[in-house]
Write a protein that binds this ligand. Sequence first.
Ligand code: ATP
Ligand code: MG
Length: 406
Amino acid sequence: MREIFLLKYGELALKGLNRNSFEDVLLRNIRHRLKHIGNFEYAKGQSTIYITPCADTDEACAALIDAAMPRLQKVFGVAALCRALVCEKDFTDIAARAIPYLQEVLPYAKTFKVEAKRADKAFPMKSPQICAELGGILLEAFPSLTVDVHDPEITVTVEIRDTNAYIHAAKLKGAGGLPVGTAGNGLLLLSGGIDSPVAAWMMAKRGMRITACHFESPPYTSERARMKVETLVEKLAPWCGSMAFFCVPFTEIQEVLRRECPEEYFTILMRRLMMEIAQRIAQQNDCEAIITGESLGQVASQTLQAIHCTDAVSKLPVLRPLIGMDKTEIIDIARHIDTFETSILPYEDCCTVFTPRHPKLRPRLEDVEAAQNAVDFSALIDEAVKHTTKKIFAMRVAENGEECTK
Ligand code: ATP
Ligand code: MG
């Protein structure tokens, strides 16, 4: 029994985009995600990507399909995916193979229907005829079933395409969105918290390639805090693809801030300085936008006035995909992408070690600028950028066969 993957990308997603380059990027991302687990052949046509496992035995092919499935579910740009049985373009072959193939699902369902898609109009039977005849054969083979065309538990789909016919019975939702690499590069400000990894995931879902940038303040922040952030990058990589991770030494700037600036402006000035450094790193690394995990009103530095003061230092667009979301909605996504448990580990962040007792909730830009201009930060910013470290997190397979980024 030979199975392949059919991956569908939504037609809507193609609107306004160059279809060929969209498909090429998607295919490149898919190849990249599967290259470590074995050989596959790839073909595309009719808004579908066909992925065929290449191995000597049916068992080995099935194992490749099993291993590929969870990886493919994390590839943005795929609207739906299914394992499908390959048949000859011949109704007798389709009917003969359908019964053993569907043995794993149909005996456990009460209702079903057959759907036929006849892309090859030269096929001698029309779609309603395929549905009626195959439906009858399946009803005979699985007597506990009844047909429900409106709300069936299982939909058996037969697709008649250029070279073969395919049967599948379980279409899974893909990750949706646009392929990573079709919407520019963004520099993510990644803290160890819950929000910023979710922000990365949301922008990657819209096709952005993500580079991460973390500010640390040793010895106020520990090695373990940095490891936690690196674990978050590892967890994002299966969705975002290989990621560069920059770590900016921020201790000196924070110490000068604490010594020289009014406490009530401490957080907002810190965020402006982070933003200035992030701009420099973004420009050096071809990133056209800054991404943060801010959500309106969540904390003092995320009021509209505070956001205005932070944005004032940015020449690049600052994207805040979580701006209108509640914490519970953000947590749901963090759980879905498996970053939540890491994010809640109780290690300190540079923002939390120096928190003012009474931050200004509605800072005025003139006052914030005056407070910042009283100190010359330019040499400190240069130093921080100069001592920023870079690490690449690329998807690999370890000796034990597990996927990782080390
Ligand atoms: P999060 O859960 O993402 O930490 P938060 O609610 O704790 O968010 P803040 O600490 O005010 O909010 O941070 C807001 C945003 O600023 C974060 O989402 C992140 O984009 C950025 N940020 C905060 N701390 C850091 C840091 N140490 N390094 C890089 N970016 C940071
Ligand atoms: Mg935080």
